[in-house]
Design a protein around this ligand. Structure first.
Ligand code: GLV
Ligand code: MN
Length: 230
């Protein structure tokens, strides 16, 4: 039996629900409900946001400098050279740059020493656009199907890491340093570092759980823990 036009036309409510679903899919953070909401942050990185972000400082006290951030102009090359991974990540999230509050974007700087790696990690709340500005990086991620996608990315080129997937950047440029800006569709993407979260968790994950999970001897787990426990 043919359906009447009236029953096949989507109702305003279902259109609204579809529009909301699209909005949720394209934006990792909630939509802002005002022009801006400069975060009233007192303790910097120790402050934790509540939904949908930090409280706003009064608009009468907002100044142009609240929308300015110079943190990424400072080189991380020396810190990268000193780090065991040969990498330094300078965060430009809402905790460092309060003007980002409720705007759903943030940016980091990644410096890699020769041979350095920004080690395997994931961002539970954001996709990441890697834009290389100096040198060459092997950038890769692993999908939920277990497929490894990677590319050597050169100066001026970009690679996208889908939200939540484990990824890394490795300096593929021989003896040169490498530098990238990484851009997020979240003001606070969050980060789970694979090795430190498993082997340096507090309190400790029992050796037996890790040994069985990785199908190795407990001695190997003890060795790995010795590298990541403080
Ligand atoms: C790079 O992967 C970053 O998280 O900044
Ligand atoms: Mn990342």
């Amino acid at each position: 039996m043919a359906r009447s036009r009236a029953t096949s036309r989507p109702s305003p409510v279902s259109l609204l629900l579809a529009a909301l679903a699209v909005a949720v899919l394209v934006s990792a953070d909630p939509e802002p409900v005002q022009d801006f909401c400069v975060a009233a942050i007192s303790k910097g990185a120790d402050d934790q946001p509540t939904f949908p972000g930090f409280p706003c400082k009064p608009e009468s006290t907002v100044v142009s400098d609240d929308f300015f951030f110079a943190g990424l102009s400072r080189s991380g090359a020396a810190a990268a050279k000193d780090s065991p991974f040969g990498s330094a990540v300078t965060p430009g999230n809402v905790q460092a740059f309060p003007g980002l509050n409720t705007l759903g974007v943030s940016i980091n700087r990644v410096d890699l020493a020769p041979g350095g790696v920004n080690p395997l990690h994931s961002h539970p709340r954001s996709a990441e656009l890697v834009h290389v500005i100096a040198g060459e990086m092997l950038v890769g991620f692993i999908s939920t199907a277990g497929k490894f996608y990677s590319k050597v990315v050169g100066e001026g080129e970009s690679f996208i890491i889908p939200r939540g997937l484990v990824h890394f950047q490795y300096n593929a440029g021989g003896n040169s340093t490498a530098r990238a800006l990484t851009v997020f569709n979240s003001q606070l993407p969050g980060v789970v570092l694979a090795a430190p979260s498993l082997f340096g968790a507090e309190p400790e994950i029992p050796d037996a759980v890790l040994a069985k999970s990785f199908q190795v001897d407990g001695e190997i787990i003890k060795l790995l823990k010795s590298k990541f426990q403080n």
